[in-house]
Ligand binder design. Structure first.
Ligand code: PGI
Length: 451
């Protein structure tokens, strides 16, 4: 007997979409009165990105936004997660509003709504205005007020048309990449700055949510990246290293936002004297009621004790594992495991998978206008099945945003890694839906029954 197609359908109203970020797709970073961001500067600093790639053109979405929305509609997307560029809206980071910058996003939102696509707006996806970095950026406690001011400009302009807001994308990456290891803008390498940046990011998140409760009438949440950690052996050293790595990457930010405290490992086992004592009113600001959380999942980490600084933990490559172009193990079970973990730890908040996807080597566009990407199709299939398993275990998963709609600028890796379900020819800017896009369209059309 044919399998019952309804047995594995996703819940009614499940939000099927795709995600991007301003700096990775827009190009024209300084157009129409915009100010530079830390990524405009970082990418133009020799040696900071592969091939010296920058966001000067990227996918030229700033000019091609209307065709890109038509492309989303042709794929049957029900939602689109994007981010706004803070320095387009406030070129100096605070104060003067650049109306042309605001108008770009207002037109984009109207076009999405006109095509029946729900916008999910991320206020901060790593592109801090350079003017604010010059004033200390995430190391300056005033950044909480700066960020709330920026959010308020957008809330007043777009709330109602935008009904799902996100404050920060992945505070862990902002601090680990931008302040501890220096691989991402603003390229600092300081164990002492890292906790300060973390805390101010979370204070800014809280201030932006508080401001939203005064102005907005819809929903706001936080997006974190979670990478489940599995001990390489049951040795005390590996178990302790796994616990540290889990606290540092997975518990730190949601604990602050939802529980009003940081995991003790941060001070006791990782940062030590570099971990300041924070005032109670800071925790009260950070811990604001959230309407949902967004989880970005890509891979897991089998973890062992190492002498790495300051975590003293590292990943063990799996001999029998399958790996993506970015060196991430394909491990869909990790998504089910982390969703059940989050449900149990934080109380089954409405949850969106706000990013999931993979970079594989994609062949060029074939003559017949196809891009065969079976590995990406397999990745998406396995991870959507993992989500359905988590739903069957009681997790309140409300939607899935594939990363990414388009091949785009992969930060320090430049254009060398392609995550898109749509191929971009960066020379001609031609878009070509890959086989995975066609597959995803069918999954949306059948509410998951075709997966
Ligand atoms: O690397 C693919 C995507 C980025 O293009 C997105 O902008 C970003 O939100 C995002 N986060 C992650 C997982 C966390 C991570 C980021 C960078 C490096 C290592 C892990 C993967 N991705």
């Amino acid at each position: 007997m044919a399998a019952n197609p309804n047995a594995r359908r996703f819940p009614e109203g499940f939000l099927w979409g795709a995600a991007t970020a301003a700096h990775q797709i827009e190009g024209s970073p300084m157009a129409d009165g915009a100010g530079p961001s830390i990524w405009t500067r970082f990418a133009h600093t020799p040696g900071m990105t592969v091939n010296g790639d920058t966001g000067d053109v990227a996918c030229d979405h700033y000019n091609r936004w209307k065709d890109d929305v038509a492309l989303m509609a042709s794929l049957g997307l029900k939602a689109y997660r994007f981010s706004t560029s803070w320095s387009r809206i406030l070129p100096d980071g605070t104060g003067r509003v650049n109306q042309k910058g605001l108008d770009f996003y207002s037109r984009l939102v109207d076009e999405l709504l006109d095509k029946g696509i729900e916008p999910l707006l991320t206020l901060y996806h790593w592109d801090l205005p350079a003017a604010l970095d010059d004033r200390g950026g995430w190391l300056n406690r005033d950044v909480a007020d700066w960020f709330a001011e920026y959010g308020s400009v957008l809330y007043r302009a777009l709330d109602g048309r935008v009904k799902k807001w996100v404050t920060l994308n992945e505070p862990w990456v902002v601090t680990d990449g931008g302040y501890l290891h220096g691989a991402l803008a603003p390229g600092h390498r300081s164990k002492y700055e890292t906790p300060i940046a973390t805390h101010n990011l979370m204070r800014a998140h809280g201030a932006a949510v508080k401001a939203y409760r005064e102005i907005g009438k819809h929903e706001i949440g936080l997006v974190v990246n979670i990478e489940p950690k599995y001990p390489n052996t049951q040795s005390p050293e590996d178990l302790a290293a796994t616990k540290r790595a889990h606290a540092y990457m997975n518990e730190q930010y949601l604990d602050a936002a939802l529980l009003g405290k940081y995991p003790p490992e941060l001070k006791n086992e990782i940062f030590g004297d570099a971990w300041p004592e924070w005032a109670d009113e800071d925790y009260a600001l950070i811990k604001q009621k959230l309407d949902f959380i967004g989880i970005n999942y890509y891979t897991r980490s089998v973890t062992q004790a190492t002498d790495s600084y300051p975590l003293k933990a590292g990943a063990v490559r799996q001999k029998l594992g399958t790996y993506t172009e970015t060196g991430w193990e394909v491990f869909p079970q990790g998504l089910t495991d982390l969703l059940v973990w989050a449900k149990d730890r934080y109380g089954n908040l409405p949850t969106y998978i706000t990013e999931n996807g993979a970079a594989f080597f994609d062949p060029a566009v074939a003559e017949e206008g196809r891009v065969r990407d079976p590995l990406r199709m397999g990745y998406l299939k396995k991870h959507l099945t993992a989500i359905r398993d988590a739903i069957d275990q009681g997790c309140d998963i409300r939607g899935y945003m594939v990363w990414s709609l388009l091949d785009n600028l992969e930060w320090s890796l430049g254009f060398s890694k392609r995550f898109g379900i749509v191929h971009v020819n960066y020379g001609t800017q031609e878009r070509t839906p890959k086989d995975s896009a066609r597959w995803y369209s069918k999954a949306i059309e059948t509410h998951g029954a075709s997966i």
